[in-house]
Ligand binder design. Structure first.
Ligand SMILES: [Mn+2]
Length: 302
């Protein structure tokens, strides 16, 4: 069984539900990230369900693909699609134990997390793997550069946000200053390289939990990866994170009991080169699922 067949299993009581959010109208640069969810599913066909490094079979995880929310291609802007995504995320949280959303551009993170917050009570925290702070002011509405600022301005405490992979040349000074002033825990790329990803993930999660986070949402903005490996991300940069570090992060957050949902976003399948970025996105999702499988394995065994 390949990973695409596994995703199509349609489990009655899913450990994980997947939702596609094919939107692109909120992107600051003109992109076609609406094209990614079906291409992502097709890329899964290239992978087995067996993770040899972690000795875990993803097939132990019961999964249901809920399909794609209606996107924004026929709309003037992303607002109506954001509302649909918010509702669909809340429904998804009532359907499965864990939720993964496949974008689409990064503006989806705000409606997805708000939908989850409305469906699942408790104090939420946000962990981003992103070259950017995404703390631009939403003066022109929700964009792919505004979700973290919008969430904080809507009440998410800045100290319950951690950001891993911030690029040295990826952000305007005023956005970096705003992020720091909110108390966001920032782990730039050079910190990942100095301390290693395992230590950074442990540190980020323990900081969020110490500030009261009971449930953690992980935003994988694929543009955290070096542009040489992620040509289909409009804002990926040279000198970015290497795939093996993102894979380590994805497994570790998947295995952490605080983590209940994630998104993977900012890939424009129509701009990809030889499916490089799509396969990177698919592998990141599978590493996350492998971490999750180590958790449900112990639950199914009891
Ligand atoms: Mn982003």
């Amino acid at each position: 069984m390949n990973a695409r067949e596994w995703l199509a299993e349609g489990a009655a009581e899913p450990d994980l539900v997947l939702l596609g959010a094919p939107i692109s109208k909120a992107s600051i640069t003109p992109v076609e990230s609406w094209s990614t969810p079906p291409a992502f599913r097709a890329a899964l066909q290239r992978f087995p369900t067996w993770d040899a490094e972690r000795y875990v079979d993803l097939a132990e995880l019961h999964v249901r693909d809920l399909g794609d929310v209606q996107g924004d291609r026929d709309d003037a802007d992303a607002r109506a699609a954001h509302d649909r995504i918010r509702t669909a995320a809340a429904d998804a949280a009532r359907t499965g134990q864990h939720v993964v959303v496949i974008g689409g551009d990064n503006s989806l993170t705000r409606p997805v997390l708000q939908g989850l917050m409305s469906a699942v009570t408790g104090a939420w925290g946000l962990l981003t793997l992103d070259a950017h702070h995404d703390c631009r002011p939403a003066t022109d509405g929700s964009r792919n550069g505004t979700p973290v600022r919008e969430l904080i301005e809507a009440g998410l405490p800045g100290q319950r946000v951690a950001q891993i992979g911030i690029h040295p040349l990826g952000n305007a000074r005023e956005h970096a200053d705003w992020a720091r002033a909110q108390g966001i825990h920032i782990f730039p790329l050079h910190t990942v390289r100095r301390d290693g990803m395992d230590a950074v993930i442990a540190s980020a999660i323990s900081l969020l939990v110490a500030r009261g986070a009971e449930r953690i949402y992980v935003d994988f903005d694929m543009d955290v990866i070096d542009r040489a490996f992620a040509p289909a991300c409009p804002a990926s940069l040279p000198g970015g994170m290497h795939p093996e570090d993102l894979f380590r992060a994805a497994h570790l957050v998947g295995a952490d009991p605080h983590v209940v949902a994630a998104d993977l976003c900012e890939v424009d399948a129509n701009a990809d080169v030889n499916a490089m970025t799509l396969r990177l996105m698919a592998a990141t999702f599978l590493k996350f699922c492998g971490g999750l499988a180590t958790r449900v394995r112990s639950r199914h065994a009891t």
